[in-house]
Structures are given as structure tokens and as C-alpha cells.
Design a binder for this molecule. Structure first.
Ligand code: ATP
Ligand code: MG
Length: 680
């Protein structure tokens, strides 16, 4: 239907401008939109008068009225990049955004539309300062007339296209945690709770407040509700600017309408809202205050949404009566690659529209003083890096509580882990029960001890591999918003996982210990427990370090088997330490399996006697426990060495894991205004 409509409009030549509707100049446009909607308030004034601290009665920062301006925004990415280790080869660059300039007054909902791949997300990300590193971004982004500063992120919110929420928490719990983590500790708990209630009501989430978020496997809130929870989380910090990329993707028409209505309400409350959107229905289109139409990274229209139809008509493209303008624009600005002829026609049309808009824009942007300067207090907030909202112990407590809630409700993996441990423990115990006191029995006992070490190491290592990748999306968002420090987060995740990781190895070890009949002394049993716990913690720390370094579960699980093999080879069971070449012997000392096995062997055999040699020449020959320890190369090792070795490795692996996590934060592309000027 859209294509038919396009065939009805005709592409006019250079003279098409005659008699076309003229868009207002930028200053006039600002006045016009402002006057029409907000009664001519000055653009840079805060929504409510700020007191001396810029905070409301509860101590939370008030939103500001922000005029956002972008000048000559140009985003390019290298083409055909090949990465071999650290070498890169580039075959030129691709321009994603080309010279975009405009001013957006506060209190508006700006919809960014255009065909897929035209650069909508890139544009919103460029303004929000969230383009991934790897390309070049040139131009300027001004906030109330001044360069975007370090506090920009704190006054703006970014609603991601993907919903990044903990699926086991309810809507209310999600918002409560977000409020407590993002609002400063000066805001009383009752005020935080009241704010959560207000936002739940504002976004129409009251009916779903106590429903868990859910995911593809766990039934939870609807797609539209989940999207609104995402918006609500961002709203808690009271942002002045809201960026929403594809806020309605994947939603049905009704849900999409309700999400866009929520965004429109936020704009009406004085915030500036930028949203990319695909094919909105007519009723949604009517919610837009401003519209930006992009095609192939270039601007075809920017101005009041209500005037877009008239603008395109003035260019010779008439929207048929009773036709959804959004559908009309979508067809108008899309490149039709189905046939060479259609492609040439659509390219010609886009070129014409770009040229027309540029011509108008060049006229309109010459007027000086369109954006007034902001007051000092408001700009201080935009420019200064904000402090963390809470103190370290408060952050730790909150993160631990959240992690515990999320984990303890995930019952199925816990039940599977428990069952697997019981089954494997009893199978191994059945294989080696009643080990005889012979040379063969010694081999069996050593095998059982090594299996206990291996089980604890593998179970903890593999279970820890998705610690960080599983929640990377949520944590990246929270870190970008400076909600908390990395160390309390790291410790909370580690401590929360500890009982399960350590408990699994311990349960396995205890089953095997009694059924196989290892060293019967009570002290030896308790030392066995201590060493198994320490080994479990070291394995968990190693798994967490791998997960922090790997970034994705796929990479983590690809690396893990290699780590496992090295751990096994240097564990002291297959090859005694003395037989390992000196150049690689150091690997032994970073293997927790080695210290655990050493400790368990000494604990099990030291001071014991009575194993027969089974030698036909000498039936009276016996082997002592100390001889077994000597044979494995542990004869000169004191008991404490295993404890110290494991403790050092727990600390060392954790330090590596923390350092990797701390320094692997998402990198965003900086703006380089100088490059833009140079090119000009
Ligand atoms: N880092 C990058 N490297 C290479 N190409 C990129 C990069 N980022 C974006 N692009 C390309 O730039 C174009 C615009 O991408 P963008 O995601 O902004 O489009 P979009 O309009 O949001 O599309 P959609 O409607 O499908 O979400 C696409 O063709 C995309 O493939
Ligand atoms: Mg996109």
C-alpha cells in the first residue's frame, strides 16, 4: 500500500521549491514550539526553581530544562577491518552520520524515524555519548549552549533497546533496589519508597508491581510492562534528558502506544525525550512534538511533527488523505533496491529531499543567540562528575541482598547441582568402597583424593564462568550511571556464590570420605573439610577471574577446558613435581589443585602404616604413609604449606578477577570537534 502511494507522488525538478511551505528558522522555531506548548518559558531554566543545592525537599536532584544542540555531527567507521592480534588493516571508512545539526528545546518528545540501517541508533548513541569505540565521531553536542560535560550522564537516562533486568525480582523489588542504589543516602528511605510508588503509578505499572520480571523461560510481566520497568529504572534518578532506542520494538500496537504515551508524559513534565521508532501508528505519531527523518545518515526533515506532511508536500511528495504519515515517510525515504531502476529513482528522491532540507537548514541556522546560556548551578550539574550516591558498605549490603534474592529464587540449577553431586559422590564411593590395605589400595586412595580435588575444582570453576557475563548488560548500565563502585559489586557476587560453590565440593568429599574409608582420625577429617573449602574458594576465584576476562559465556567456556587440563597436569597426581622441567615448574605453584592434593595426601597418609607391598619375594614387606608422601615429592612439605598456598591463590585469583573487571569497563567514542573544523 505504501509503495502504491509513492508511485502516486511525483518527483519534481529544481523548480519544485516554488511555493513550498517554508520551515521557520531555528530561533523562530524554538520560540514557536516553546510558545505553543509551554507558554514561552526560558529554555535553560530549571523546571522548578532550584534552591542553593539544586535539590528538592528530599535531597534528590531536580530535573533541569535542557536545550540540546548538535552541530555537524559526523560518525564514520572503518571498513573491512581485519584484526590479527593487535594489528588492524582498514580499507577506507564508511560514513554513518553525515553533518547533522539541529537544536532541541526542552519539554519535547523528539521521534527519530527512518528506514532500517539509516543511522537512528547511531545518532541517539552519539548524542548520549554511548557510541562504541572503534570509529570516529566529529562535531559538537551542546547542553544549554555549553559543551557536554562529565556530569552529562548523571542528568540523562538511556533506555536500552534490550531489556536488562534481573528476571527473578518483582517490578517493585527492581525499582526499590534501583532507588536505593541511585538516589543519594541523604534521601530518607521513606522518600525513596514514595518515589518508587509514584513512578509505578506514573508508568501504569501498579497492576504488575508484585509480579516478577520473568524471561523466556519464566513467565513474568508482559513485554510492554518490561519496557516500562526499564524506563522506570532510568526515571528514578530524575533525569532531565531521556534517550530511548527502539522503545517499542517487539511490542504490539497497544503496548507500543502505552509506552509512547509514557514518554510523551515525561516530555510534558519538562524533560527532553529522544526516541527512535519504527513505523508508529497514527495515534502514536500524534504524540510526537518533533520529528527527525533520517535516510542513509542524512537529515531529510527536522521540525514540528505536525508540519512534516506540509514540508514533504512542498517538496512535491503529497501524503494521501487518511494515510498514516509515518508509513508515508517510511516509504518516501527508503532506498528501494529491488530493481536497478527502482534503486536509481529512490536514490534520486532521497538526494533531492536531502538537498532541499539542507538548503532550508542553511538559511535557518545562521541566526545567532538561539540558545541562551544556562544558569551556573544547572551547568555545574551537567559538567561535574557526580559523586557516588552511597557509601561503600551501603553499596555492598544492597548488592549482596539483590544478588542473594536473584540467586536463591533460581531453584532449578541448585536442585540439579545437588542431585549431580550426590549421584557422582555415591558412584565414586561405590567404585572405591572398602579399599584394601595393599599397594593397589594406595593407588586407589590416591585416585580418590585426586578425584575429590578435581571435582571441587571443576564444579566451582565451571559454575563461576557465567558470574559476570550473565549480568554484564545490567552492570554495564549501572556502572555507566555511576551507581556503585566495582569492588563492593565484585565482593557481593563472590560472597553470594560461595555457599553453593564450596558446599558442592564439600558434600562430594564427605560422601566419598566415609564410604571409601579414608584416614579415620577425627582431626584428619576436619583438615580434609578445611582443605576442600579452601580449594573450592580458590576454584571459584579462578572461575570468576576467567569470567571477568572473557566478557562472554562463549569465550569463558572455550577457555575453561584448557585451564582444566593445565590444572590436572600440574596437580601432582600424574607427574610428580620433581619430574617437571624447571622452566615450567612455576606453573605448579599457581595451581590450587596442586596445593589441595598435596594437603590431602599429607593429611591422609602422614604417620599411618600397614599397607602390604604385595611382593612375592617378601610377603612381610609393608609400606608406610610417609613413604607414599615421599614418593609423590611431598616429603619435605610442611602441613601449613597447602593452607598458605591455597590462601594466597584465593587472594591472587580474586585480585586478578577484580582488576580485570575494574579496568574492562565499556569504552565509548569521544567527540572530536577539531576534526570537524579541519575538514570544513
Ligand atoms: N561500528 C560499526 N561498524 C560498522 N558498521 C556500523 C557500525 N555501527 C553501525 N554501523 C552500520 O551503520 C548503519 C546504521 O546503523 P544503526 O544501528 O544506527 O541503524 P538504525 O537506523 O538504528 O537501524 P535499525 O532501524 O535497524 O535499528 C548500519 O548499516 C550499520 O550496519
Ligand atoms: Mg537501531
Amino acid at each position: 500500500m505504501g509503495t502504491v502511494a509513492l508511485q502516486e507522488v511525483k518527483v519534481q525538478g529544481a523548480g519544485a521549491g516554488n511555493g513550498r511551505a517554508k520551515l521557520p528558522t531555528e530561533a523562530a522555531f524554538l520560540r514557536q514550539v516553546d510558545g505553543a506548548q509551554t507558554g514561552k518559558q526560558p529554555y535553560a531554566e530549571p523546571m522548578e526553581a532550584l534552591d542553593s543545592t539544586g535539590e528538592d525537599a528530599n535531597g534528590a536532584a531536580r530535573p533541569l530544562r535542557i536545550t540540546l544542540e548538535w552541530r555537524d555531527l559526523r560518525y564514520t567507521v572503518p571498513l573491512g577491518v581485519r584484526r590479527i592480534c593487535c594489528m588492524r588493516r582498514s580499507n577506507g571508512e564508511r560514513v554513518i552520520l553525515e553533518g547533522l545539526s539541529a537544536v532541541m528545546p526542552p519539554g519535547r518528545l523528539l521521534a527519530v524515524m527512518g528506514p532500517t540501517g539509516c543511522g537512528k541508533s547511531s545518532f541517539v548513541n552519539a548524542l548520549a555519548g554511548r557510541l562504541p569505540a572503534g570509529g570516529t565521531l566529529e562535531g559538537q553536542v551542546l547542553v544549554n549552549g555549553l559543551q557536554r560535560g562529565k556530569g552529562f550522564r548523571a542528568v540523562s537516562a538511556y533506555v536500552m533497546q534490550d531489556d536488562v533486568l534481573f528476571h527473578n525480582l518483582t517490578v517493585r523489588e527492581t525499582l526499590h533496589f534501583a532507588a536505593r542504589m541511585r538516589l543519594p543516602s541523604t534521601v530518607p528511605p521513606a522518600a525513596k519508597a514514595a518515589r518508587v510508588d509514584a513512578i509505578i503509578a506514573q508508568l501504569g505499572l501498579a497492576g504488575a508491581a508484585n509480579t516478577q520480571i520473568g524471561n523466556a523461560f519464566v513467565r513474568g510481566v508482559s513485554g510492554g510492562e518490561r519496557k516500562r520497568v526499564n524506563i522506570a529504572v532510568e526515571l528514578l534518578a530524575n533525569p532531565s534528558l531521556i534517550f530511548a532506542d527502539e522503545a517499542t520494538s517487539g511490542l504490539d500496537a497497544f503496548q507500543a502506544q502505552s509506552v509512547m504515551e509514557s514518554l510523551s508524559q515525561l516530555a510534558k513534565s519538562g524533560r527532553s525525550v529522544l526516541a527512535t521508532i519504527h513505523q508508529p501508528r497514527s495515534s502514536v505519531f500524534q504524540l510526537f512534538d518533533l520529528l527527525m527523518v533520517l535516510s542513509e545518515g542524512q537529515m531529510l526533515y527536522y521540525g514540528p511533527a505536525a508540519e512534516a506532511v506540509a514540508w514533504f508536500a512542498s517538496c512535491g511528495f503529497h501524503c494521501p488523505e487518511h494515510y498514516n504519515p509515518a508509513d508515508f515517510f517510511a516509504d518516501l525515504v527508503a532506498r528501494d533496491r529491488r530493481t536497478p531502476d527502482a534503486d536509481a529513482t529512490s536514490q534520486q528522491r532521497i538526494k533531492l529531499l536531502v538537498a532541499r532540507f539542507k538548503e532550508h537548514h542553511a538559511e535557518g541556522s545562521t541566526e545567532e543567540g538561539a540558545v541562551p546560556q544556562a544558569d551556573e548551578l544547572a551547568m555545574q550539574r551537567v559538567n561535574e562528575r557526580p559523586p557516588f550516591p552511597n557509601r561503600w558498605p551501603v553499596e555492598f549490603g544492597l548488592l549482596l541482598k539483590r544478588a542473594w534474592k536473584q540467586q536463591s529464587r533460581d531453584r532449578l540449577p541448585q536442585i540439579i547441582t545437588l542431585m549431580q553431586t550426590l549421584v557422582l559422590g555415591f558412584v565414586l564411593a561405590a567404585l572405591f568402597s572398602d579399599v584394601p590395605k595393599t599397594a593397589q589400595g594406595v593407588q586407589d586412595e590416591l585416585g580418590v583424593l585426586f578425584m575429590c580435588c578435581m571435582f571441587s575444582a571443576m564444579a566451582s570453576l565451571f559454575a563461576s564462568l557465567n558470574t559476570f557475563p550473565a549480568e554484564a548488560g545490567i552492570v554495564n548500565r549501572e556502572r555507566a550511571g555511576k551507581s556503585y563502585h566495582v569492588l563492593p559489586y565484585y565482593l557481593a557476587r563472590f560472597i553470594c556464590d560461595m555457599p553453593l560453590r564450596v558446599g558442592q565440593g564439600l558434600l562430594f568429599g564427605v560422601i566419598v570420605y566415609f564410604i571409601v574409608g579414608l584416614n579415620p582420625a577425627a582431626a584428619a577429617f576436619f583438615q580434609f573439610v578445611e582443605l576442600t573449602i579452601l580449594e573450592g574458594l580458590a576454584s571459584q576465584a579462578l572461575g570468576v577471574a576467567v569470567s571477568a576476562a572473557a566478557k562472554t559465556e562463549k569465550i569463558a567456556f572455550a577457555v575453561a577446558p584448557g585451564v582444566t587440563v593445565v590444572l590436572m597436569l600440574f596437580g601432582g597426581f600424574f607427574v610428580s613435581t620433581d619430574s617437571i622441567p624447571a622452566s615450567i615448574r612455576w606453573i605448579t605453584y599457581i595451581s590450587h589443585l596442586y596445593y589441595a592434593f598435596q594437603g590431602l595426601v599429607i593429611n591422609n597418609f602422614a604417620g599411618r602404616t600397614g599397607w602390604t607391598c604385595a611382593s612375592p619375594q617378601d610377603p612381610t614387606c609393608t609400606i608406610t604413609g610417609d613413604q607414599i608422601i615421599d614418593k609423590l615429592g611431598f616429603g619435605d612439605k610442611p602441613r601449613w604449606e597447602a593452607y598458605v598456598g591455597l590462601s594466597c591463590l584465593i587472594l591472587g585469583y580474586n585480585m586478578v578477577g577484580y582488576a580485570v573487571l575494574r579496568f574492562s569497563k565499556q569504552k565509548f567514542l569521544p567527540l572530536s570537534p577539531a576534526a570537524g573544523k579541519k575538514r570544513a
